[in-house]
Design a protein around this ligand. Structure first.
Ligand code: FES
Ligand code: FE
Length: 436
């Protein structure tokens, strides 16, 4: 059996034992040591516009009810009635003054207090303390740039501390024009793969673009230059987070307009909301793609043809359903300040590329499913330290050095064709599952 120390040694050499991707005992450990103790994304502020607005979400296997109270505050509760435990609210979203349990009819207000018990005085007597039987609150809830997160761990450090240097990039993505809005509902679909695998794809894998998404090259949407998606910076951040700031300019394609092709009338907003350094990075970037550890990723691409370019933000939760199954939750977000027809075009671009039936999405899920399949075979599970079960994470290993002049936080490398984030993410994973 491979010990933690042996896995660590291999990782330090840029190698990853394949069996750890889909091993059921590893998954059990991840639930306790990672998912229950890190910050998880629940919803965007714009999904809860008024007092009484609610959405139902998941933190892995825990159903969560997210509510805006009459004071405008966001609260999150376990979506399970404290009487006999059935799911309290079964709708995806809506607006209510109170929540009524379908089993025995107890009711709860927006603050989670128990306010009604059917025949209460007669069956429980006057002595029943309603205060003891409110909804069970989630340990910590906090928001950054409209993104609402929660953690089941009362002792976890604050959200801002957890995000660390990622805040600087989130300010560009979410705060540049005064705020984003979610359009439509988050789309959801199930893929037979492991969460670590999709996380690392979004965190640090522009290298797959030219092969997995080959049709974009054949159709002339992406240039033929095999280094195309590698131009830019890969930035390793704390706590397993990472981002690729892809410039992809000037390699056989016309110079792209600044600020991801966002309309010129919005530029003054960027200038008032961002620092000089943030503006400099934003102006040159065509794609931002990255992850907030452990289960949230984002992609901010540019679609369309020259003269009709549009940009949007796609946030995704990789909700683990088991060692080899995830439910993808995908949100489309766009600047509130963008013109209406621009929003509409961008939404169509999202649906046809990264929505569940989108061409690029089909490419990716096919590949991810097959990695999970092969990771379950005898050879990949063989925990003897041979090359049988070790995967290659060696790109740029001890060869590409950080670019000290990059203005953003984190360790920034001058290329996105690099396994630096992959390695950092898996090392962080090992540290988390081996704690205590
Ligand atoms: Fe909710 Fe009984 S389970 S009222
Ligand atoms: Fe992809």
């Amino acid at each position: 059996k491979q010990t933690i120390q042996e896995i660590k040694e291999k990782m330090e050499q840029g190698l990853l034992p394949q069996w750890i991707l889909t091993d059921p005992s590893i998954y059990e450990r991840e639930q306790e040591k990672i998912f229950a103790r890190t910050w998880q994304f629940l919803a965007h502020d714009s999904e809860l516009p008024e007092p009484g607005s609610y959405v139902t979400r998941w933190i892995v296997d825990d159903p969560i009810l997210v509510v805006r109270t009459n004071d405008g505050e966001i609260k999150a509760f376990l979506n399970s009635c404290p009487h006999r435990g059935t799911m309290l609210c079964t709708a995806d979203f809506g607006k209510k003054k109170s929540f009524l349990c379908p089993y025995h009819g107890w009711s709860f207000n927006l603050n989670g207090d128990l306010i009604g018990v059917v025949a209460g005085d007669k069956v429980y007597g006057e002595e029943m303390k309603k205060d003891d039987w409110g909804l069970r609150p989630i340990a910590q809830v906090a928001a950054y740039q409209g993104m609402i997160f929660a953690t089941l761990d009362p002792d976890a450090s604050s959200l801002e501390e957890y995000l660390g240097g990622m805040k600087w990039y989130l300010d560009i993505l979410l705060g540049r024009s005064g705020g984003m809005e979610v359009r439509g509902l988050p789309q959801r679909w199930v893929v037979n793969t492991n969460w670590k695998l999709v996380l690392e794809n979004f965190s640090g894998d522009p290298y797959h673009v030219q092969s997995t998404h080959r049709s974009t090259v054949e159709l002339g949407i992406s240039p033929k230059d095999p280094l195309y998606a590698g131009y830019g910076h890969q930035v390793v951040l704390e706590n397993g987070h990472g981002i690729n700031v892809i410039t992809a300019q000037g390699q056989g394609r016309p110079e792209r307009p600044p600020y991801q092709g966002l309309p010129e009338e919005m530029w003054p907003l960027f200038e008032s909301n961002l620092s000089k350094e943030q503006l400099r990075v934003f102006a040159k970037t065509t794609v931002f793609v990255g992850s907030i550890y452990p289960t949230l990723s984002f992609n901010s691409p540019v679609h369309g043809s020259e003269g009709h370019l549009h940009n949007y933000l796609n946030f995704r939760v990789w909700r683990p359903l088991g060692p080899d199954k995830i439910e993808i939750w995908s949100w489309f977000m766009i600047d509130k300040a963008a013109p209406d027809d621009y929003k509409e075009d961008a939404y169509k671009g999202y649906i046809s590329s990264f929505g569940p039936s989108g061409t690029l999405e089909q490419d990716d899920t096919e590949i991810w499913t097959r990695v999970a399949q092969t990771s379950k075979g005898y050879m990949a599970r063989n925990k003897v330290l041979s090359y049988n079960n070790l995967l290659n994470y060696l790109m740029g290993f001890e060869r590409v050095l950080p670019d000290e002049n990059f203005p953003g936080p984190g360790i920034a490398y001058p290329t996105c064709y690099l396994d630096a984030i992959h390695r950092a993410t898996h090392e962080h994973w090992l540290e988390l599952i081996s704690r205590d």
